[in-house]
Design a protein around this ligand. Structure first.
Ligand code: PMP
Ligand code: GLN
Length: 378
C-alpha cells in the first residue's frame, strides 16, 4: 500500500546514536544525559515496583502525581491547574504531543510550525490530515518574527506549535514574545501547543516564559512537559499535559485509546520525589555550568558557538572549518574525529543547511573535556 508518511525515514537521533556506537565515538548527538537520575528517585521506583504497584495506573495518571504537578506549577508560574480536570500523565511528551495534535487538528486544517522543528511534530500533523505551514526562525539568532507568523494565519489555521526552550537552537521565548503572541491570536480561534519539556533549563537568570503565565494564552493551550528531561531519565518516557477542562476532555479521548495509561511505579516515585523542590530549582545552575564549560572549551576550536539561552543543546557554526553539507560533516566527525553531533538541517522541511551542528552538553565534565579536545584538532 502507498505509505501514509512517504517522506519519513529513520529519525536522525537513531541514525547518529547508532553511528556513534559503531565507531566508539563520544555521543553528543541524541539528547540524553550520561549521568544517573537522583539515587533517591531510583530507590523509590524500586520500592514501588517491589511493593506491588505494577498494574494499570488510572487513565488520567496517579492522583498524587497530578496534585504535585499542580503545586509545582503554582510555585513556578503562579497558576494551580486543577489535577482532576486539567492535568493528564502521558507516556512521554511525545505521546502528549500526538494526543494534543489529534485532539484538535481536522483534515484540511493548517498548523503553524516554527522551523527548525522537533521531528515528531510534522508526522503527527500529517497523520491527522493537517497541513503544516512553516515559519522559519531568523538565522543565526533564531528569534520568532511575529509579523511573519501573523502573515501566515488564514481562516484555516487551527493550531500554532511553540517550543520554548527550543530544541535544537536553545532559544527561549521572552515576555515580549508572549505579548506579541497574545495580540496576534486575540481575534482568532487558534489553539496553542506549548512544548515546554526543557522548562527547567533556562539560563543567565532568565525565567521560563510558560504559556501558563498568561490566562488568555492558557485558555487555548496544551502545555506539555517531560520528566525524562528534568530527572535525567529519558528512558522512562513519562510526561504530562496541562490544558483547560474542555481541551483536557478531548485530549483524554485520544490518550485513552492510544496508550490508556502510563507506567505505574514510576508515577508513584515521581509523585513523592516532586515534593523535593530542590532538584528542579537547582537544575538551571546545574546545566548552566555545563553549558559554560563546553562553550569555554570550544573557544580554542574553529567552531563558532551560537549562544544557548536554554535546553541542554549548544549550536556551533562550522563555516570556518569546511563547506561540506552538515549531514556529511556530522557523519565524518563521528567516524574520523570520534564525536557525534546532530546536523541542524534535518529540523527543516526543505533541509535548509546553515552549516550548524547541535551538541548535547548533558554530560559529565570528563565527557565534555574529551569531546572538546577532539573537536579542537579540526
Ligand atoms: N519535545 C522536544 C522539544 C524534545 O526535545 C523531546 C525529547 N527528545 C520531546 C518533545 C519528547 O520527550 P519525551 O522523551 O518525554 O517523549
Ligand atoms: N529529544 C531528543 C533529542 O532531541 C531525542 C529524542 C529521540 O531520540 N527521539 O535529541
Amino acid at each position: 500500500p502507498p505509505s501514509k508518511l512517504p517522506q519519513v525515514g529513520t529519525s536522525i537521533f537513531s541514525v547518529m546514536s547508532q553511528l556513534a556506537q559503531g565507531h566508539g565515538a563520544i555521543n553528543l548527538s541524541q539528547g540524553f544525559p550520561d549521568f544517573s537520575c537522583p539515587a533517591e528517585l531510583a530507590e523509590l521506583v524500586g520500592t514501588y515496583t517491589r511493593n506491588g504497584f505494577n498494574q494499570y495506573a488510572p487513565m488520567t495518571g496517579v492522583a498524587k502525581l497530578r496534585e504535585n504537578i499542580s503545586r509545582k506549577t503554582e510555585l513556578l508560574y503562579s497558576v494551580a491547574p486543577n489535577p482532576e480536570t486539567e492535568i493528564t500523565i502521558t507516556s512521554g511528551a511525545t505521546e502528549a504531543l500526538f494526543c494534543a495534535i489529534a485532539a484538535v487538528v481536522r483534515p484540511g486544517d493548517e498548523v503553524l510550525v516554527i522551523e527548525p522543528a522537533y521531528d515528531s511534530y510534522v508526522p503527527a500533523i500529517l497523520l491527522n490530515g493537517g497541513q503544516p505551514v512553516f515559519i522559519p526562525l531568523s538565522f543565526p539568532d533564531y528569534k520568532i518574527d511575529w509579523n511573519l507568523v501573523k502573515s501566515r494565519i488564514t481562516p484555516k489555521t487551527r493550531l500554532l506549535l511553540l517550543n520554548s526552550p527550543h530544541n535544537p537552537t536553545g532559544a527561549t521565548l521572552s515576555t515580549e514574545d508572549l505579548a506579541s503572541l497574545s495580540e496576534i491570536i486575540r481575534d482568532t480561534n487558534i489553539f496553542l501547543i506549548g512544548d515546554e519539556v526543557y522548562e527547567h533549563m533556562v539560563y543567565d537568570g532568565q525565567l521560563h516564559q510558560s504559556l501558563l503565565r498568561r490566562a488568555e494564552l492558557f485558555s487555548r493551550s496544551f502545555i506539555i512537559s517531560s520528566f525524562g528531561k528534568t530527572y535525567h531519565a529519558t528512558g522512562w518516557k513519562v510526561g504530562y499535559c496541562v490544558a483547560p477542562p474542555a481541551l483536557t476532555q478531548e485530549f483524554r479521548k485520544i490518550h485513552q485509546y492510544l496508550t490508556f495509561s502510563t507506567i505505574t511505579p514510576v508515577q508513584y516515585a515521581l509523585a513523592d520525589y516532586l515534593e523535593n523542590t530542590e532538584h528542579y530549582l537547582n537544575l538551571p545552575a546545574f546545566y548552566e555550568q555545563k553549558r559554560n564549560l563546553f562553550s569555554h572549551l570550544m573557544v580554542s576550536s574553529r567552531f563558532e558557538i551560537i549562544p544557548s539561552a536554554g535546553t541542554y543543546f549548544q549550536l556551533a557554526h562550522y563555516k570556518d572549518i569546511t563547506d561540506e553539507p552538515d549531514v556529511a560533516f556530522a557523519k565524518r566527525l563521528t567516524q574520523e574525529i570520534g564525536v557525534a553531533a546532530i546536523p541542524v538541517s534535518v529540523f527543516y522541511h526543505n533541509q535548509q543547511d546553515n552549516k550548524v551542528l547541535r551538541f548535547c552538553f548533558a554530560k559529565n565534565e570528563a565527557t565534555l573535556r574529551q569531546a572538546a579536545e577532539k573537536l579542537c584538532v579540526l
